[in-house]
Design a binder for this molecule. Structure first.
Ligand code: SF4
Ligand code: SF4
Length: 297
């Protein structure tokens, strides 16, 4: 069995306790306006194009079987994304590094070997492995298999999820998952749909059930000026009766901006600024005022 990933990040310190390896799954069933990993949304491989690096050698034009590379009226190199299949053949011909492939298929033994390379660091820091995305549970069989292997080797496991999957998916990974990093993006369902493309009833119901199961949960709240920064009190109301370790406020950042252009995806929040430190702290204080242990990342 193979899984579709877009990154394996070692020595990660923001995705759960201790030093961790974060494995990013490709493919998501939400489409958040602020996504800082836009390469995580589609499951298939994708092509990043950095025109400023292109030296105009023309090699990619010759190798592409689908005619996806073309010159526009001004003679600028462009890619017709509707023709690109994600075969990534052209990336192998580009010595200027203007074309970068995103996405890889990996087997469970390959991934396990990669995770085990840092086992000593996990043990010395109370760390482990975090499966993130994308939505990890859309590749459920692969996830179950790698979680089970990690459990066999005594590695602490965390699953980062947006929670928009049937509860039966959660049930299948509960025994092998030590910690859930659970995203809550808005309390109001209509707003949630506007921001992410889906309503939040299933997400909140799954969170409630997870809490009842007594699992360790860290709730993560992306904090996006002008989008959901007015939702913190309502989110706090939702979280108050739940049993969670803590809530983390994650301020919007613009690190993913260059990836949007390279992937040919529209960035809906191109002109949104990162929130001021005081705004983020205020959100943290609101959560704390409801008796919720809260922090910012
Ligand atoms: S990834 Fe494949 S289909 Fe897409 S532009 Fe490159 S060679 Fe053509
Ligand atoms: S192979 Fe690379 S450098 Fe050559 S034309 Fe294509 S993108 Fe530009």
């Amino acid at each position: 069995m193979e899984g579709s990933l877009f990154n394996i990040q070692r020595f990660s310190i923001h995705d759960g306790p201790g030093i961790r390896t974060t494995v990013f799954f490709k493919g998501c069933n939400l489409n958040c306006k602020w996504c800082h990993n836009p390469e995580s949304i589609k499951k298939k491989n994708q092509l990043e194009f950095y025109p400023e690096k292109c030296i105009g050698c023309g090699a990619c034009f010759q190798v592409c079987l689908y005619g996806a590379h073309y010159l526009n009226g001004e003679g600028d190199h462009r890619i017709d994304r509707s023709k690109c299949t994600g075969c990534l053949l052209c990336t192998k011909t580009c010595y200027a590094n203007a074309l970068i492939g995103v996405g890889q298929k990996v087997t469970v033994p390959y991934l396990l070997k990669s995770i085990l390379e840092d086992k000593l660091y996990y043990e010395n820091s109370n760390g482990g492995v975090t499966f993130s995305g994308g939505e990890v549970m859309l590749q459920l069989e692969f996830l179950i298999e790698i979680l089970t292997k990690c459990r066999d080797f005594g590695i602490h496991t965390a699953v980062d999820t947006a929670g928009c999957v049937p509860w039966s998916y959660f049930e299948q990974i509960l025994p092998m998952t030590d910690l859930f990093l659970y995203d809550v993006k808005a309390a109001d369902s209509k707003r949630h749909k506007l921001l992410t493309g889906v309503e939040n009833h299933l997400i909140l119901e799954n969170l409630r059930r997870l809490s009842e199961e007594g699992k360790d949960i860290i709730v993560r709240i992306p904090f996006i000026p002008g989008q959901n920064d007015d939702q913190i009190s309502e989110i706090a109301e939702l979280l108050k009766p739940l049993r969670i370790i803590k809530a983390e406020v994650m301020p919007y950042h613009k690190l993913g901006n260059s990836k949007y252009a390279a992937l040919g995806i529209e960035n809906k929040l191109l002109h949104t600024e990162t929130p001021a430190e005081e705004m983020v702290q205020e959100a943290v204080e609101i959560l704390r005022s409801y008796g919720i242990k809260a922090d910012k990342t």
